[in-house]
Design a protein around this ligand. Sequence first.
Ligand SMILES: *[C@@H]1O[C@H](CO)[C@@H](O)[C@H](O)[C@H]1NC(C)=O
Ligand SMILES: *[C@@H]1O[C@H](CO)[C@@H](O)[C@H](O)[C@H]1NC(C)=O
Length: 354
Amino acid sequence: MRAARWILAGCAVALSLHALLHRRVEAPAQEVVVAKPTRPPDDGCPTTVRVALCFYGLNRALRHTHESIRRHLVAPLRAACARVDVFYHTWSLETLEDTGKAGGEREAVRIGGAAEMRALLGDLVAKSAVTDQAAFDAASNASYYKTLDRRYGGPNFVNLMRQLESLRRVTALWRSMGAHAETHYAAVIYARPDLLFLDDVNATQALTLRENDFLTPYWHQWSGLNDRVAIGRPRAAAAFGNRIELAAGYALETFLRSESFLKWAVCDHHGFDLAFLEARAQRVRASGDVADNDACLKYCSLSLRRTCRADCRKLAPPGEAPPLAAWAKKQQARDREKRRDKRPPKHAHHNRLP
Ligand SMILES: *[C@@H]1O[C@H](CO)[C@@H](O)[C@H](O)[C@H]1NC(C)=O
Ligand SMILES: *[C@@H]1O[C@H](CO)[C@@H](O)[C@H](O)[C@H]1NC(C)=O
């Protein structure tokens, strides 16, 4: 597949890091054949396959996104005769510092939190868990964070660790579905609950994955791979979901940055075969506004992937997209500041894709 080869060329960049860590998990030689989806007896499907649909992280905006999730994820899978089991892990939190109106100041806003997840997804949910965020933060080892955080400096990094931890916890939920959890699901889909899906997931693609395949968006890969949505068979999905376990070793070598860390874990550490997930999704703020960076995704398509893998605002008509230049400048200044303070990483940050 052309697209897969293109992205794999990008994956080859960071092999030295992998070699240093020596922790590669070998792929099983055996290729698992996925049962062809068929209709369940009551609506014409003689058998069903199962899909685990997993949400993780804070719930900011499910009231604005749940219809798109049902329409673009759940419905196409059901139409392909899959039974969809929803799992979620979220933090118990009722207010959040978030951007209000597009481009506005950060302000404390009320979010729907766990109660909203229960109310809006309840009929689909197989298992869920809610953890008190303050308790998790208090129990987390501050010096452990300090060792890991060599770039972000503070709140963004803590948010990244909370997200990775929530992901780990939802992974434990689907894996706990009986002794055969690993063979139970034809596919495991991960998504943040604040994603407004613009396209149907390709159910055929999702239900015919091979053991070593990993589906990742062609859009918003930024410095690595997009960490907001992913689809794999259980073994690949578990590796994606548990990658927080690799964070400490990775951070010894380079900045732990969300997208490049994911790319390293998936490409170099696990050696999965990547293919593109074509469905696009925009992050929605608690206010209901689409995130500034994401509005332009509506102009994206696979053929525009070179532009869409980072700043798609170039595709927006003049005046529609706020400038990215100011943000990038601030980010660079912050990086320089950090480098002055701390020992430079032994290996260059691998943020190049062809
Ligand atoms: C906290 O993290 C540091 C650095 O990884 C480690 O040396 C220390 O043992 C940890 N302490 C606890 C109580 O886990
Ligand atoms: C869905 O995926 C299948 C298998 O990868 C592919 O053959 C098909 O063209 C895709 N459909 C669409 C609409 O992209």
